[in-house]
Design a protein around this ligand. Sequence first.
Ligand SMILES: Cc1cc2nc3c(=O)[nH]c(=O)nc-3n(C[C@H](O)[C@H](O)[C@H](O)COP(=O)(O)OP(=O)(O)OC[C@H]3O[C@@H](n4cnc5c(N)ncnc54)[C@H](O)[C@@H]3O)c2cc1C
Length: 1024
Amino acid sequence: MNSELESRIRQTGYRLYDLMEGEAGSIFSREYWVGKLFEWCMNSEPFKVQMLRFIDVFPYLRDTDAVIGHIQQYFSDPTLNFPSAVNWGIKYVAPSWMTSRIIAGSIGMNIAKVARQFIAGTSAKDSLPVLEKLRSSGLAFSIDLLGEAVVSEKEADGYAERYLQLFEFLDSAQSSWRPLGAVLGGLDWGHSPRVNVSIKPSAMYSQMNACAFEHSIEKSKERLRPILRRAVKAGAFVNFDMEHHGLKDLTFALHQSIMEEAEFGSYPHTGIVIQAYLRESEKDLERIIRWANQGGFHLTVRLVKGAYWDQEVIVAGQRNWPVPVFAVKSETDANFEHLARIILQNSNRLKLACASHNIRSISAVVEMAKEAGVAGEQIEFQVLYGMGQPVRNALHKAGLHVRVYCPVGEMLQGMAYLVRRLLENTANQSFLRQTFSQRLPKADLLRNPVDKLNKSLPGPPGAGLARHEGPPPESVGSEIAREAGHGVGPFTIEPVYDWSRSEHRRQFAAALNNVRERFPIQVPLQIGGYRIQTASGFASLNPNDSYETVGTVCSADIKEAELAIAAAKSAFPQWRDTPAQHRADCLFKAAASARLKRRELAALQVLEVGKTWSEADADVCEAIDYLEYYGREMLRRAAPRPMGQVPGETSFLLYEPRGVAVVIAPWNFPMAISTGMSSAAIVTGNTVVYKPASQSPVTGFMLNGIFEEAGLPRGVFNFVPGPGSSLGDVLTAHPDVALIAFTGSRDVGLHILAKAHENNERSAFVKNVVLEMGGKNAIIVDSDADLDEAVVYALHSAFGYQGQKCSACSRLIVVEDIYDRFVERLKAAAQSIGIGPVEFPQNFMGAVIEQAARDRILGYVEMGKNAGYPLFELSPVGRNGAHPHPAGNGWFVPLSIFTDVDPESRLAQEEIFGPVLAVIKVKDFDEALRVANGTQYALTGGVLSRSPANIRKARENFRTGNLYINRGCTGAIVGRHPFGGFKMSGLGSKAGGPDYLLHFMIARNIVENTVRKGYAPLEGAPPD
Ligand SMILES: Cc1cc2nc3c(=O)[nH]c(=O)nc-3n(C[C@H](O)[C@H](O)[C@H](O)COP(=O)(O)OP(=O)(O)OC[C@H]3O[C@@H](n4cnc5c(N)ncnc54)[C@H](O)[C@@H]3O)c2cc1C
């Protein structure tokens, strides 16, 4: 930037500051409760956390007891040094006292004040005086209807309807509004519609999902079209707001797709948002400019910094994705100015809406526009309602066109928005905070962000923004992957696909075609390193289309089973004595090989076991994680451990493999669980006879190939597909088998346990059995649960992969206060999901694994009907998504939700392993816990609650192997959520955790007396 321009920017900045002098009404003013609240939040991080959480839950609290109860739980922790003003004197009062009611009332009023600070009104009508007051002061507005968190099509309809009503209302109101800027022609400032509305695209379709990209756009357009039509009729402006990064490309595509329709193409009054905090924002902007130039479109670009910074960082961290946002605030600020310049350079197509409260950013836009010779009508300045009134007034006084973004809605609907505003204003980096609260010197605040950046970063001056842009997302991800693949560095999870990236969608669709072209895949056995064909065989079928044969599979019989055990036995001594490092390296190589075939492996699962794209991809990632994790775990355990340290003695604890391991795997996580059990056995030095499930032998064969490519010696891994009924007993009862790892149903698991321990004269071992069995998992929904989230978590946990996960939620235990509201929303949400063949990504639920499973599940549904429980049912649809498709050639069952179920009934006690959910009503949280614990199983459980006291109770008393608080109860992640249950759910072996490998080894202790004639070396050496 040239120095002349830079000095003009500063001058403008100072002038705007001068215009703010004497302006009252900053949100940081301590005269007001909001200002005080901000001050407390800024002074104490623990208080800020509790306050944001309390504000988040507050609209859900129905009575005084609940308000007081929550305040006591949130704010009376003596270890947190809260501002005395916040004590509110409630620590010691009983909720029933009159004092409590007064305090609760006053807190309610104060929170309502905070909400009113940022929300213009509860409805369009209610906010009209605010809008008209703004207009009479010379300010334009944009209305945003809160309530975008739609979980069902019914709610999306309601949201769209509210927009239609809004246009109706504003259209008739606008006739009495004089255009701003005292110009003729009915438009503000001569060019801008008086009615301006902002829309959240995610609310246009409740199942919006980047994986089903085109489908999501088509469905969203169905709701958007009438809204846009009505807007055109009113001559109004419609802005497509930008939400989190996962929705970015969908939002741009939605806008472009609808504007390309002949009906809307020439309408110039629409806009999109560019978030300058995104590293890829410049590329997005360039794409939009190309699109506008090629199609002859005119639009407005609202340039913002971005409101989801914390969320983006958290999500990327959890998924091991590259962080999409800049890490340093001045990078965002510098990028904001850079993007503004690009927009100004393209003013033939784009108008600029500069949406910021930052005087430096605004001044830069003002001066760059002048320099570029862009007319005033091409630019407007936008601010948020309730934020930085002095800024907006100064801009107005400076003669700039100012628009105020006014959210409208009930407090409950506005909580997410409110929390974003509180976070933003109390952040250390907030310009408003630095100006009005910290009162930093103006010279600092007006400094060029590129200079700040150069100061804060090492390296030559002038490198600035470019230097800190970081590698493109793909290379960051693959760098992490490469490092992990070499078995060095700490364990990190394999990132699942980000479906918002078009290349992932495209490549996955291609992988489905490619893998299908190879059907039926021929699957031999592999024993002692040799491929073996057998006379007998069976077919693996696509559950969504049973006419499609995925693989033709050779079937092992008793003879082959014994051969495989013999091969494993003979390979054992050498493998046992192979250094742990080498064994671990084999796992790392296997991980690298799986990574290379990742798409093919996942696509195969879509077709062989009926997983959705995301579920299949997650399964393959989990398999890679096991390989990487157990490899590292083995290295951790490899060295003998010195025990006790007394002179004259060495004592070491060391681990050895057990011998031949039989791995009997399930079909529901055909890659992940097979890999997990097998790799744990292999890396610890055992040799393996692996029997895949009869429903997923082709995937099992892929695992065989991966281990082969990893260079395992012959006989270390033997692959014997075949019927469990005949093969299972031979393998598990065999005297040469030392260890069995099984995941599957309770009945089979218990049978294996009995068989394994049958007395056999030839047995040389008491076999160790690693057992993972079923669950009857419950999620408790507390009366203060966030329903927007609870509904989604419940649906995903219960019906993801058709409920065919041992961790799936099959009991929903709901506290009666919230029961009716919750159940109504749950049913509406269930009604909205797609059921059909899962190779089409718009289908959330597909067919169940096989005919027998279908019959069993339908039997339970019948049982529930006979018991008279109210039933909500959603039936599948056909391939083209249009026609009811009750059976067809896929093994479809309906999604079933039974309500008011007796917790002792078979429906609520027996594992069904299908999409059947029993909803149970309970009086309170204590009863919920009793019911949750009241089955034979203890695998996973969930609690959705915002009461710290109830969360504590759950931690102490909800006895499951995996307890998930405020999230769904499926989706354990290797290294983070050691997985496995107890009671009838298994032996508590905790796959993916630090103790898992111990089940596959025996511990030996070797002691040597090192004293010779009263002399001993000082330190003992470990055994070789
Ligand atoms: C009219 C209007 C409409 C808006 N619409 C949207 C919208 O559709 N979508 C949307 O996401 N936002 C939207 N915003 C919010 C906007 O993104 C900003 O969050 C907000 O305006 C604060 O930016 P600022 O320039 O006023 O303040 P500043 O204090 O200068 O900037 C704060 C911003 O800097 C960024 N930041 C903070 N810390 C860091 C860091 N460590 N590294 C990198 N960057 C950091 C964040 O984006 C943060 O919000 C809108 C704002 C306005 C005024």
